[in-house]
Write a protein that binds this ligand. Structure first.
Ligand code: NAD
Length: 330
């Protein structure tokens, strides 16, 4: 099938081209994101392949349909950036990669946690300058701390499994409890109890209208003083202004982010020669107890290979049958 592949970096291209040897799709790679300014690049392509920060709103989908596109193939699990209703109205099917490596994201979540609690980000810089003083680097044991997991699907449960290994009591909140939870010793509680009891809170639910700004000023208020909050899910789960206030007051002791609600203007690009325009993000960067990575939790060799394989298989299945097992229905 002819596919216009948007938001392509060299690593996407490498993995897709390698795996495509077994599929034979005709792939046209674009570095540009798919937005209202770039949809013309997809004209006459029956399929577009997109990632987390491409914007498939109603107007873009209307134009895609006009240009002959019948399939949107997401190279990711989350689909908050696609207007599914508009896609249905225009007869465009949407497919995704529901799971490619829950381990990649769960392990990165733990990487953020351990960086924060042992202040590895600060130690790294100090040692490079031959500053071996320990003042300011005092950490804490994770063992025995209560971990709250919000969203206990594929990634949340893998994160819980790892934290069980650390010897942490586990609390969970989910609108659809996971039968696997019992095996990892996770106890489901109401959101308020999780917020007020957990020492470490990690977000693993999707971004939906219900979860938008799940972590808002009221939620921060309910948390334990000094709590560690980690978000590797989607930026807009967290009201950034609320966590900045929480950090300033000391309510939030540590913050680890792999995602940010305005990341679309920042992440995946080298902006090191440009003056940062986002003052909220700039504020986050100067806290010593905040660690931010630029949406790289998924970024392992294993995950890229799985993403490429499932994406190209989804496209083939659609080409052959008009549908796909990984189709998203609104
Ligand atoms: P999943 O669908 O397996 O699990 C999501 C869980 O969240 C489900 O159990 C669901 O019931 C629960 N949920 C839904 N609405 C909820 C709500 N209102 N409150 C509490 N729980 C709710 O998804 P997954 O594969 O575990 O991925 C989780 C999220 O991680 C994705 O939606 C995506 O946004 C994010 N993600 C981030 C990266 C990254 O690189 N940072 C990579 C992959 C996925």
């Amino acid at each position: 099938m002819r596919v216009a592949v948007f938001s392509t970096k060299s690593y996407d291209r490498n993995s897709l081209e390698t795996v495509n040897q077994g599929f034979g799709h005709e792939l046209m790679f674009y570095e540009a994101r798919l937005t209202c300014d770039t949809y013309a690049l997809a004209k006459d392509f029956p399929a577009v392949c997109v990632f987390v920060n491409d914007r498939l709103d109603n107007s873009v989908i209307e134009e895609l349909a006009e240009g002959g596109t019948r399939l949107i193939a997401l190279r990711c699990a989350g689909y908050n950036n696609v207007d599914l209703k508009a896609a249905a109205v225009h007869g465009i099917k949407v497919v995704r990669v529901p799971a490619y490596s829950p381990y990649a994201v769960a392990e990165h979540t733990v990487a953020l946690l351990l960086t924060l609690n042992r202040k590895v980000h600060r130690a790294f810089n100090r040692v490079r300058e031959s500053n071996f003083a320990l003042e300011g680097l005092l950490g804490f044991d994770v063992h025995g701390l209560t971990v709250g997991v919000i969203g206990t699907g594929r990634i949340g449960i893998e994160f819980a499994r790892i934290m069980q290994g650390f010897g942490c009591p586990l609390l969970g909140y989910d609108v659809m409890p996971n039968p696997e939870a019992e095996k990892v010793g996770l106890r489901y509680v109401e959101m308020d109890e999780l917020l007020s009891t957990a020492d470490i809170i990690s977000l693993h639910c999707p971004l939906t209208p219900q979860t938008y700004h799940l972590i808002n000023p009221e939620a921060v208020e309910k948390m334990k003083t000094g709590v560690t909050l980690i978000n590797t899910s989607r930026g807009a789960l967290v009201d950034t202004a609320a966590v900045i206030e929480g950090l300033k007051s000391g309510k939030i002791g540590y913050l680890g982010l792999d995602v940010y609600e305005e990341e679309g203007d920042l992440f995946f690009e080298d902006l090191s020669n440009i003056v940062l325009q986002d003052d909220v993000f700039a504020r986050l960067l100067v806290f010593p107890n905040v660690v931010i990575t630029g949406h790289q939790a998924f970024f392992t060799r294993n995950a890229l290979e799985n993403i490429a394989h499932t994406t190209l298989a989804n496209i083939r299945e659609f080409e052959q049958t008009g549908k796909s097992a990984n189709q998203i229905t609104g």
